[in-house]
Design a protein around this ligand. Structure first.
Ligand code: BGC
Length: 738
């Protein structure tokens, strides 16, 4: 449809019809009129609004979606199709690693390809848009949603943010039925709740917001994301959903965003609980005036905008503008021509969990796993070794994380299945050891659905079998972890340890004095300080998705090498949080200060550094860095210089190294971070081979928000650091000339 026709359509719509376009409801409302009575009563919405509503979310499957759309179109007088959205975060049926695992790949190209597959599977099943990517910067692992982010760094997150949007939408979203519309979230700064407590206040300086938190959302907008979801939290005292400065001044005016802004789940209503709106009418006014186009899961827009317009408290223009944005997206998706967008059961059969999709899931899983420790080369496991595979995650299919809501768990390859494929049968002994949890109350309200009641006798059996298996083996592979619902939304924690009974299992097994390879399935960095010395190796597996077992087995048996590196620091203790690599310089740094040892910035009872830093991850081979060299010692505005380093594989195996460039701005008009990631590249290097890795540095890379809040670089001295992690690098100085 031409834009002119859309404008005519808008003109022909009643105010009620236009308002209904701004309403986003869950699938239960589109069940039969009788069955949807409960949900309608609960939020106080009429059948008339449902019959004209603009969008539905979290309905799945070509058959169901087609039915919903065709039933809807029979009633919709103007023939405007429903927009069908869903939470498809890192996989539909084929599930890729959780985003924190994808972050550990440091491979945006790979992640883009993964999201192309996600889009293909999702669109085959009738869904037209996803509430993804979630690009909230995260520095506090107490917050459960760190699993949904790619990590603590804005440069790395921005690269993934663009890659994901491009993966979902293609270069430009169009009627091609293989792409889906992307909705970047949660705008803004949801990842910084005070105390790591879910839905808590966010409050930070504008400089930090702009410098660290906003870039990844902007990267999504610049890559064409069609939608933006507001966050639950406050930004400078105003909840994002009613925050005009955020939604108008920054998003629309500064960034030129023209797509749809939608609220997170019931966030319009929460404006009342936040205490910035008196009632639902006030909340509707505040939100639409702030720039919100679509209201998720409430009747705040549906039941109040009409009176607000009719009484002259808001202009009809606001409603028109929002409705037009929604119609435009529908048009871009080609819904007026094909409201089903080519979804079909046949396409689902050919696409979902196809061999190619699974192959990519295995590749992503393998690249996402991080080897944190490997003493005496206990890994890779040699083929003559007998292995005891023990632990609640040793033969578990729940390896997709909390947000893979459509995962096909039957299709998930467990660790045991993966290892059996590679190990001689006689050399693998398996025992569960214990359940994931003993005390399900740690899951709060979800405990009642998920509790497993294992008898004391069975628990004893589990333990006895585990010890027996371990006794027969040369090496113990111990698969422990959080319950998948201990991370994700609503899963903040103050203790970041494994459940006590899992730790007790580890202690029992340590008594046998056999090397233990600890595999960790978690949605966040845990505090591993007490564990590190008890085990020979640690493998951070995150939740690797459908191909988990195959990817992990290949890594453990050395069929492929580890390459993953952390995109979020692992704290030494909970009291250190937030701990992240790009902290600001202090006046009393631990390393160089004229003050006595006591009066410098440090803890009495813990180091300043995290246990495992950002960018860290081991390989089966070793990489040696030569000196950092500059093409020129000084840089002019408008020019570029190159910094390069020779990296040699000094080990015996081929390996992928993620070479990282950090830059420190030595003196600024405001305090600058001790270092900032400014480049990275993944290179494959054969044993004995040397590769020269170069990065371009230009003025643009050195920009920041100055004392005048201008985004620009300031002349002066800089240090470029190139290395294997944020705390291991070679460095060289250069100058930016005035
Ligand atoms: C989450 C969003 C999600 C939405 C819809 C909310 O609770 O914060 O990330 O997209 O629910 O399911």
């Amino acid at each position: 449809m031409k834009d002119e026709q859309l404008l005519n359509l808008l003109d022909s719509m009643t105010l009620e019809e236009k308002i209904a376009q701004l309403v986003l409801l869950t699938g239960e409302f589109f069940d039969s009129e009788e069955r949807s009575i409960g949900p309608k009563q609960k939020i106080g919405i009429s059948q008339d609004v449902v019959d004209m509503a603009g969008a539905v979310y979290n309905v799945f499957g070509a058959e169901e979606v087609t039915k919903i759309q065709s039933d809807y179109l029979k009633k919709n007088k103007k023939g405007i199709p429903l927009l069908i959205l869903a939470d498809i975060i890192h996989g539909y049926k084929t599930v890729f690693p959780i985003p924190l695992g994808l972050g550990s790949t440091w491979n945006p190209d790979l992640v883009r390809e993964c999201m192309e597959i996600v889009a293909d599977e999702t669109s085959a099943s009738g869904v037209q848009g996803t509430f993804s990517p979630m690009v909230d910067l995260v520095r506090d692992p107490r917050w459960g949603r760190v699993m949904e982010s790619t990590g603590e760094d804005s440069f790395l997150n921005s690269a993934f943010s663009s890659a994901m949007v491009t993966g979902f939408q293609g270069e430009r979203l169009d009627a091609s039925n293989r792409s889906i519309a992307s909705c970047v979230k949660h705008f803004a700064a949801y990842g910084a709740p005070e105390g790591g407590r879910e839905y808590n206040t966010v409050d930070m300086s504008e400089r930090r917001l702009r410098q660290d938190y906003l870039p990844a959302y902007k990267a999504a907008v610049d890559s064409g994301s069609e939608m933006v979801m507001t966050s639950f939290n406050t930004v400078d005292g105003m909840p994002a959903t009613g925050n005009k400065w955020l939604l108008q001044d920054i998003l629309r005016e500064e960034w030129g965003f023209q797509g749809i802004v939608l609220s997170d789940y019931a966030a319009t209503q929460e404006l009342i609980l936040h205490g910035v709106a008196e009632d639902e009418s006030d909340a509707a006014r505040l939100a639409i005036e702030a720039g919100l186009d679509m209201d998720m899961k409430t009747s705040v827009f549906a039941n109040n905008l009409f009176d607000l317009v009719k009484s002259g408290r808001i202009s009809e223009g606001l409603v028109n503008q929002a409705a037009l944005r929604i119609l435009r997206l529908k048009n871009k998706l080609g819904l007026f021509e094909d409201p089903y967008r080519g979804a079909s059961v046949q396409r689902e059969q050919a696409t979902l969990l196809s061999d190619g999709n699974r192959k990519m899931a295995r590749e992503a899983a393998a690249q996402s796993v991080v080897l944190l420790k490997n003493n005496n080369a206990v890994l890779p496991i040699q083929s003559d070794k007998k292995v005891a595979l023990i632990g609640p995650y040793s033969d578990e299919k729940l390896l997709c994380g909390m947000w893979a809501i459509q995962a096909d768990y039957e299709a998930v390859v467990t660790l045991k299945e993966g290892m059996e494929r590679l190990a001689a049968q006689a050399s693998l002994f398996h025992a569960k050891g214990c359940d994931i949890l003993e005390d399900y109350s740690v899951l709060g309200g979800m405990a009642k659905y998920l509790s497993v009641d294992t008898s004391p006798e069975d628990k004893e059996h589990y333990l006895r079998d585990a010890i027996q298996a371990a006794e027969q083996s040369d090496v113990i592979v111990l698969a422990l972890g959080e319950h998948m619902f201990q991370s994700g939304e609503g899963a903040s924690r103050t203790e970041l340890s494994l459940p006590d009974h899992q730790l007790a299992l580890l202690d029992e097994l340590s008594l046998l004095s056999k090397p233990i390879v600890l595999l960790l399935f978690t949605g966040r960095p845990l505090v591993l300080t007490g564990l590190v010395d008890k085990v020979a190796a640690i493998v951070q597996a995150w939740y690797p998705g459908t191909e988990a077992g195959n990817a992990l087995a290949e890594l453990l048996y050395g069929e492929r090498n580890f390459s993953g590196k952390l995109s979020m620091s692992f704290p030494h203790s909970v009291g250190q949080i937030p701990v992240y690599y790009n902290e600001f310089s202090t006046g009393r740094p631990l390393s160089v200060s004229g003050h006595s040892e006591r009066f410098v910035s440090k803890y009495l009872d813990a180091p300043n550094a995290p246990l495992f830093p950002f960018g860290y991850g081991l390989s089966y081979t070793d990489f040696k860095y030569g000196e950092a060299c500059l093409s020129h010692p000084s840089l002019n505005f408008g020019d570029a210089i190159q910094v390069s380093v020779d990296v040699t594989n000094t080990g015996e195996l081929s390996g992928d190294e993620i070479v990282q460039l950090y830059i420190r701005d030595v003196t600024g008009s405001v305090v600058r971070p001790v270092k900032e990631l400014k480049g990275f590249v993944k290179v494959n290097i054969e044993p004995g081979e040397t590769t020269t890795v170069s990065f371009n540095i230009n003025e643009e890379l050195l920009r920041f928000y100055t004392i005048e809040k201008e985004y620009k670089a300031e002349p002066g001295k800089f240090i470029a650091m190139i290395g294997t992690s944020s705390d291991s690098f070679v460095e060289v100085e250069f100058n930016l000339l005035p």
